[in-house]
Design a protein around this ligand. Structure first.
Ligand code: HEM
Length: 465
């Protein structure tokens, strides 16, 4: 049974209606469509994308299908997942930063990496990383205390905090000057090299596009930087030589990881790609989840007060049982429903197939969008309203393939538990300390390029509770 049929709590919130395209998608020329997607994929979707089960289209000579049917998505992401891989344009954009790491590999190398890395992301392993998460969160909160009653850019604060958490959980290193350099790499990449150009979409992957030259030069600088971080961390290990104790961080866990079948460790090059993948896949997405959570809470002071009350008497430390923070977790879940940091999961078919009754040819594109699915009119009651209670223990569980901020199937986000622990703890601590208000009158419009970013950083005011 879908959540739409079974929810019974009051629907009291003002709807957050998604932005619509200026032109009806069916009437756009391919060039207009490409421009619209490049600028903001979210505004390229019309009303039908929130109502229909399958939206078939053609894009640059290929068939493309947006799937909104949980059953069809289950088929593509689980049952026949090996027939689908990232699109050529996706690979073009991701590989210069992530190399051949977990997110960008497939087949046997992917299986090897996935089973080797899995033990580093179990709930038990993540527990060992919580002190790093908390120390970086506490420092971010201390910094925010200095900005009380002043205009604050919480989006930037969340990005710096999650980057610091990524650095500490990965390397036990305080990010210091590396943090600034890393952020500059991320900003340069996401602004210059990540948005696909016309030729990136048109040319086969084997033929470099003009932008690929810039991407290759970028990759040289980027891998040198990641190599420097790894050397620094290794020399730290040598200073603390001889200790055989418990792993201190993700780096220790990844260095000691062995393929359970072959016993093989990662090569240095692959280790660099995994480090880059984990830092990049993890920090911007989690910062985005926290930003939208704080934004939604500032638009809904009653829910914010409810959250503050729910965490008021809880001492949040490394021993905190996450089940004590159900409302903080529900706010994160609901914010990720309305503003999923990864708004699109795209696949290209590697061979023929039949999906939702449609003939699929090799190279056809299948799009599954957490953004569309999680606001779909058939799948959710009052889909555009912010109602964290949907995710409280005891509420009916949404369909596994209708709510998927972390994807689904064998390629589901390996860092999902890590991210949920990090975001829940940070949100609980922030709201325990501050009352958060948004001062900007201009609404934050979501822009889907790599992640779901606001079109501008709204100005917030924070006051001590
Ligand atoms: C709120 C935070 C996060 C969100 C919303 C998110 C979302 C996702 C999604 C949707 C996928 C599936 C992509 C696909 O199937 O095409 C994915 C994969 C992945 N994520 Fe995350 N992620 C988050 C945090 C993290 C963190 C903290 C890490 C690592 C520390 C991480 C590492 C990865 C990796 C390595 C993959 C690829 C897995 C594979 O292909 O086997 N993510 N993530």
């Amino acid at each position: 049974m879908s959540t739409a049929e079974t929810l019974d709590f009051p629907l009291k919130r003002a709807p957050l209606v998604p932005p619509r395209p200026a032109l009806a998608p069916e009437t756009m020329t391919p060039l207009q469509r490409m421009k619209a997607i490049r600028k903001n994929a979210i505004t390229s979707w019309g009303v039908r994308a929130y109502q229909d089960d399958v939206i078939a289209g053609k894009f640059l000579g290929r068939n493309s299908y947006i799937l909104n049917s949980p059953e069809a998505i289950r088929y593509v992401l689980v049952e026949n997942y090996e027939n689908y891989f990232r699109t050529p344009v996706g690979m073009r954009v991701l590989r210069p930063m992530l190399g051949d790491g977990l997110l960008t590999s497939k087949g046997k190398p992917w299986k090897h990496q996935r089973r080797t890395l899995a033990p580093a992301f179990t709930p038990r392993a993540v527990t060992t990383l919580v002190p790093h998460m908390l120390s970086a969160t506490d420092e971010a909160i201390d910094e925010l205390k200095g900005q009380r009653d002043q205009p604050v850019d919480l989006r930037e604060a969340m990005q710096r905090m999650t980057l610091e958490i990524a650095g500490r959980t990965m390397f036990s290193l305080e990010m210091g000057e590396h943090g600034a350099a890393l952020r500059n790499f991320v900003i340069e990449y996401s602004q210059t090299y990540a948005p696909p150009r016309f030729l990136d979409m048109l040319l086969p992957l084997s033929v470099p596009s003009p932008m690929d030259i810039g991407r290759a030069l970028f990759r040289r600088r980027w891998t040198r930087f990641v190599g420097k971080l790894i050397r620094e961390r290794r020399s730290m290990t040598q200073q603390l030589s001889g200790q055989q104790g418990a792993p201190r961080d993700l780096f220790d866990l990844m260095v000691s990881a062995r393929d359970p079948e072959t016993g093989a460790a990662f090569s240095d090059e692959l280790l660099g790609d995994e480090v880059a993948t984990m830092i990049l896949a993890g920090h911007e997405t989690t910062a985005t989840a926290l930003f939208w959570s704080l934004y939604l809470l500032s638009l809904d002071p009653a829910t914010q007060d409810e959250l503050a009350e729910s965490v008021r008497a809880i001492a949040i430390d490394a021993n905190t049982d996450m089940s004590k923070l159900p409302f903080a977790r529900a706010v994160i879940d609901e914010a990720m429903r309305l503003y999923p940091p990864a708004f699109l999961i795209a696949r290209a078919a590697t061979g023929p197939d039949t999906v939702a009754g449609r003939e699929i040819r090799e190279k056809d594109v299948i799009l599954m969008s957490p953004w569309l699915l999680q606001r779909h009119e058939k799948l959710w009651q009052d889909p555009n309203a912010f109602i964290p209670q949907r995710f409280m223990p005891g509420a009916p569980q949404p369909d596994r393939f209708a709510y998927m901020p972390f994807g689904a199937g064998p390629r589901i986000c390996i860092g999902a538990h890590f991210a949920l622990v990090e975001a829940t703890l940070a949100l609980a601590k922030i709201i325990q300390t501050f009352k958060v208000e948004v001062i900007s009158k201009r609404p934050a419009i979501p822009v889907g390029i790599v992640t779901t970013q606001p079109d501008h950083s709204p100005v917030f005011r924070i006051t001590r509770r």
